[in-house]
Design a protein around this ligand. Sequence first.
Ligand code: ADP
Ligand code: MG
Length: 145
Amino acid sequence: MAVERTLSIIKPDGLEKDIIGEVIGRFEDADLRPIAMRMTWLSRQEAEGFYAVHADQPFFDELIEFMTRGPVVLMVLEGENAIERNRMIMGATDPDEADEGTIRAEFATDIGENTVHGSDSPENAEKEIRYFFSDTDLYPDRAQE
Ligand code: ADP
Ligand code: MG
């Protein structure tokens, strides 16, 4: 297994539910280490650009309204098999279909307000990380004790 990087977003409902620490703790417990992090309030333009692949979906307007209604936390997670393992920890898009113990099963409101985003492939991870972060924002190397 290779060390990978993936983009994680704690969505506005996650901040409204006061579970930033809970979510990040789950990633750290699974050895998915945040190597970059920023709280921001996405503009409509940023959200539409990020979710451009869904522009033709019937839920697109609802998704953009939701993602811009409050601040989000953007993170780059690094670890073994990070892309797939992050998706496992998140659970299925629809919380009713998400495995027990996953973030979405425990915290999501519904299929739209589902608390977290995670990149779904190496190509998209690279694209999504670059959308929000530059190389100088990433801190993969930490001082060892
Ligand atoms: P995922 O986030 O699990 O990769 P998708 O890429 O299919 O899911 O969709 C992106 C986001 O769009 C979802 O996380 C969710 O916030 C929203 N979404 C997806 N399907 C629906 C739907 N049927 N109704 C409302 N919002 C949806
Ligand atoms: Mg997706």
